[in-house]
Structure formats: structure tokens, C-alpha cells
Design a binder for this molecule. Structure first.
Ligand SMILES: [Zn+2]
Ligand SMILES: [Zn+2]
Length: 407
């Protein structure tokens, strides 16, 4: 049924007038479309380290939904984690449509969608809250009991559910590249984490870890006027930590006592006003508590595997009057703040994209990420995946003029 419908519109688009228009489909439902094929390529996770590029039907938008032609999808540490484990607690069991950081062009509208038009350049977030549950009505939409997730960014097209269309899909200004706009999601998590930490301009903050999230944290903190000390592991991360705004950097392997060294770098050797843990190990959770000053705040931003237990110095916590926080995910407000950081050009989006790949290369890309993160240190923050190679020729006539312009 789905397939037939897509096919019908495919022919209507190719053989009809312009590829745009209205069609009366079953039960008088009205849908707008631009020409697109009935089948597409998508990366599907079948289990542990089993990612395949498959031909699947292009989804058909129902009421309130939007079909987006993916222009860029970004790799993410969460995806790597899911790839390694073969499942994700908050997603369906395999086969899983894969990828969640994306930007693209609106290709078809379901009935009832009035806030977007065909051809709009958009970033669609990976989730949206219900705004009705206890958590949503208490200012914690990130903890929504009915958080609706969306996956499947590594594909020619992705269907955006009604709720995400209504609450967490943003129109991208023409001067912003798709792959930069796609940074909105991870950056929103960081923005909210920083807000929760309540750090003030002029504060000293230690960021533990210089992976993509650690680096984004350093940069967003620097933009907020905070003095950042980065604690990194690898040699190449020293330069990237500086590039992303760290005033001082220390490499774990270079010193005997990393806690003492990091504390000595803070004003008066008091310890940092706040410490962000972005490594996700029990060891670094402990360091975070040992590096913060009396009265300071620790934000455990990195999430170790479930079941992990940590040992913390209760004496320090109690007599040091230390605040412990943890931050998870984002809210629609944080998404908009992050989006503004990217579109205003304040955030170094271009420096964050360190690799480019085709959709067909995604399985090899993840296999490489897995191996490299274990062995070969090399500066890699995010790879932008550009789908569409297989469909470009087919719908070349309908290609919007701006599709490649902003890259
Ligand atoms: Zn992500
Ligand atoms: Zn809710």
C-alpha cells in the first residue's frame, strides 16, 4: 500500500506537470508532494556491528507528518554506542533505522501541515516532548514520559512525525550549510547542560574529555565568557581543545597526578567553580568531584553503561558543600538556543565537521570509527554523510536550485 502510493506520486511527479501539486488519495486525504522515487537507500542496524545499506520504500507522510529529503546526516557518539551494542534502550529493537542528526529539504507534506512548504530547508530534531506529562509541566521536557524519538537520518529520505514537525523542526536560513544546521541536536544537549551547571561569566570550568561533546562544551562555555581548562587524553586533542576555546589544556599522560595538576591550574589553586565530566567512566566521575572547589558544581554529562557504580569522596562532598548534577538530552528551548549559536556563526560549525562521506560508505565508516577509537588516534569530531547519490539522476529536473549551494 505504502509502496503503491509512493509509486503513484512518483509517476505523477515525473510525468505530470511540475512535480508539485495536490493529489486526492484514499478517503479524500490531500497530500502535497514534489517528485521523489518510490524506493530509497537507508542504513539499517540489524544487530551488534551489523549495519547494512538497504533498499526500502520511501515513507508516505500521514496527517501532520513531513517527508524530508536528507541533505546531511552527522555521525555521533551515541550512534557509535548503539552500533557497538546492537540496540538502544530508547529505540526499537533491531532492525533499527539509523542516525539522528540531520538537515534536509521538505519533499512532501502530510495533510494538515501548514507551517512548512515543499522545498523548505529544515533541521528536524530527533525528539519532541508531549508537553502534558508531569515532567513536561514542571520544566523538564527532556525527561518527558512520552518523549517521541525519531531515527533514520542515514537515508535518502526520513519521515518526520507530527509532534516533531509541530515542536522541533526549524527552518534553516539560506546562508547556513545543511551539515552545520544538523549540529543543532548535539549542541542543544550541551547548551542545556551548561544552563543546568549555572556557571557565570568569569568562572573557571574544567572539562574532562575532548570528544565531540567535550569540545562542544568547551566552545559553548567559552562563548559564555567562562575560562575553560581542558583535561584531554590524546596528543591531537590538545590542539582541538585550544581551537574550541580552552585557555589551558593538560594531557593526562603528561603528568603524575592529574587531579593535583588540574587544581593547580585554577585561580588560587582552589579547584574549578564547575567541572563537566564528558568521558563517561567511573574514574573520571571521581576526578570531577576531586577537581571542583568547595561550593562548586559537578555536572556528570557522560553516561556510563547502565549498572555502573562509582565511588565518591563523601567527606569532600559534604564538607565541601558540593552540588552534583547530571544532564540528559535537550528541550525545545535549548534546541532553539543551539540553532541560534550555529546560524549566527558564533559556533565554529565548520571546524566540527572533520569528515565527509556518502551514504553507501556509512557501514565502513562506523567500522572505522570503532577501530580508530580503540587504536589509531587521529583528530575526528564529526563526519557529515551526504545521501542522495542514487536518486539525484532520477529527479534531477526537480532538484531545488539551492540544494548544493550552501555546502
Ligand atoms: Zn547525537
Ligand atoms: Zn511529557
Amino acid at each position: 500500500m505504502q509502496h503503491e502510493l509512493a509509486e503513484r506520486r512518483h509517476f505523477a511527479g515525473i510525468e505530470g506537470e511540475t512535480g508539485r501539486g495536490h493529489a486526492s488519495v484514499s478517503a479524500g486525504e490531500k497530500i502535497e508532494w514534489m517528485a521523489y522515487p518510490s524506493l530509497m537507500l537507508a542504513a539499517v542496524l540489524h544487530g551488534k556491528e551489523d549495519l547494512r545499506i538497504e533498499q526500502v520504500p520511501v515513507p508516505v507522510p500521514a496527517f501532520g507528518e513531513v517527508l524530508v529529503r536528507v541533505a546531511a546526516a552527522l555521525t555521533c557518539g551515541t550512534d557509535l554506542k548503539v552500533y557497538r551494542r546492537g540496540y538502544h534502550a530508547m529505540m526499537l529493537q533491531p532492525p533499527i533505522p539509523f542516525g539522528h542528526e540531520l538537515a534536509g529539504t521538505v519533499a512532501a507534506l502530510g495533510a494538515g501541515v501548514s507551517n512548512f512548504e515543499i522545498g523548505d530547508r529544515v533541521v528536524a530534531l530527533n525528539s519532541a516532548p508531549c508537553d502534558a506529562c508531569f515532567f513536561c509541566t514542571h520544566g523538564q521536557q527532556n525527561l518527558c514520559e512520552d518523549l517521541q524519538f525519531n531515527n533514520g537520518a542515514y537515508a535518502d529520505y526520513i519521515l518526520i512525525p507530527e509532534r516533531i514537525v509541530a515542536k522541533n523542526t526549524l527552518r534553516i536560513p539560506d546562508h547556513v550549510a545543511f551539515e552545520h544546521a544538523a549540529l543543532t541536536e548535539p549542541l542543544a544537549c550541551v547548551v542545556r547542560g551548561l544552563e543546568e551547571t549555572a556557571a557565570q561569566p568569569g568562572d573557571t570550568m574544567i572539562v574532562l574529555g575532548a570528544g565531540p561533546i567535550g569540545l562542544m562544551f568547551m566552545h559553548v562555555a567559552q562563548l559564555a565568557g567562562i575560562d575553560v581548562i581542558a583535561v584531554v587524553k590524546r596528543e591531537d586533542q590538545v590542539a582541538s581543545a585550544r581551537l574550541f576555546g580552552a585557555k589551558q589544556v593538560v594531557r593526562v599522560g603528561d603528568v603524575r597526578d592529574i587531579v593535583a595538576t588540574a587544581r593547580a591550574m585554577t585561580p588560587g589553586g582552589r579547584g574549578a567553580d564547575s567541572v563537566i565530566e564528558a568521558v563517561a567512566t567511573p574514574l573520571t566521575w571521581g576526578w570531577a568531584v576531586d577537581m571542583v572547589r568547595k561550593g562548586g558544581t559537578v555536572n556528570f554529562f557522560g553516561g556510563p553503561p547502565s549498572g555502573t557504580r562509582v565511588t565518591l569522596d563523601t567527606n569532600r562532598l559534604h564538607y565541601g558543600d558540593i552540588t552534583l548534577k547530571a544532564s540528559f538530552h535537550h528541550t525545545p528551548a535549548a534546541c532553539r538556543t543551539a540553532f541560534e549559536l550555529v546560524t549566527s556563526g558564533r559556533f565554529k560549525a565548520a571546524a566540527t565537521i572533520t569528515g565527509r562521506a556518502k551514504l553507501s560508505e556509512v557501514p565502513a565508516l562506523f567500522q572505522n570509527m570503532l577501530t580508530r577509537s580503540r587504536h589509531l588516534p587521529k583528530l575526528e569530531i564529526k563526519t557529515a554523510v551526504f545521501p542522495g547519490e542514487s536518486i539525484d539522476s532520477e529527479i534531477a529536473d526537480e532538484e531545488p536550485a539551492f540544494a548544493g549551494a550552501a555546502r
